[in-house]
Write a protein that binds this ligand. Structure first.
Ligand SMILES: [Zn+2]
Length: 224
């Protein structure tokens, strides 16, 4: 499926386009499309007043673009909560179907959904759900791969990508769970974890996509 206008706005938002310029290369990589098609779409978005675009530098969201991006992210994450809580979806299924529903959900339904779910603050993958004004909770986080051996922390968020979500869910990774690295094999080899009292093993690459609480440093992660 080719990404549409809304997918671009969401991508620019997640790459930090509220406060800085996001390059065409970053957008092309995130959406897995050619830089040429990115340039074409950015021209359209600029003409519609949704982004500010500076050739060779990048783009950022205008006020209007920001509102669209935030409502998409908001309804996407609310649907994920609904699908998992009420329809028994898995981590990856919820993300996949929310990706479709976000484009066709009217504002009234978004608000009812939010009410029905009792205003959740996070999606099932740990990403913050912006409130209607776009405000989100920012929690200091670090990748699990950066956690010192023997130190306990809590899992706050995982990157939303289908194969990764299936892998992590099968391994028993849960948001909010207590985690500690017992052993890390040399040369970025697998990590042995204590996950809620159970011993599990995951790849180093996966550990880079799991975020745990970081009380020492402020590193904000916005991607989904
Ligand atoms: Zn999610």
């Amino acid at each position: 499926m080719t990404p549409n206008k809304e997918d671009y706005l969401k991508t620019i938002y997640k790459l930090g386009g509220l406060e800085k310029l996001v390059s065409n290369k970053q957008i092309a990589e995130a959406l897995q499309i050619s830089p040429a098609s990115v340039t074409e779409m950015l021209g359209k978005l600029k003409r519609e007043g949704l982004i500010r675009y500076e050739p060779y530098k990048g783009s950022s969201l205008t006020e209007e673009g920001m509102h669209s991006a935030i409502s998409l992210v908001r309804v996407h994450r609310l649907w994920e909560v609904f699908l998992m809580r009420h329809l028994g979806y898995s981590w990856s299924e919820a993300h996949e179907d929310a990706e479709l529903l976000e484009h066709i959900t009217p504002q009234r339904l978004t608000n009812r959904l939010d009410q029905f779910l009792n205003h959740p603050a996070y999606c099932p993958h740990g990403s913050s759900i912006p409130n209607p004004d776009g405000q989100i909770d920012l929690i200091p986080m670090q990748p699990l791969s950066h956690l010192a051996i023997g130190v306990s922390s809590h899992i706050r968020k995982v990157t939303e990508e289908k194969t990764l979500l299936d892998y992590l869910q099968e391994k028993g990774i849960v948001i909010g769970g207590t985690v500690r690295i017992i052993e890390a094999a040399a040369y970025e080899g697998p990590l042995t974890l204590d996950m809620n009292g159970e011993r599990i093993q995951i790849s180093y690459k996966a550990a880079c996509q799991i975020y745990v609480e970081d009380t020492k440093e402020l590193k904000y992660q916005l991607n989904c």
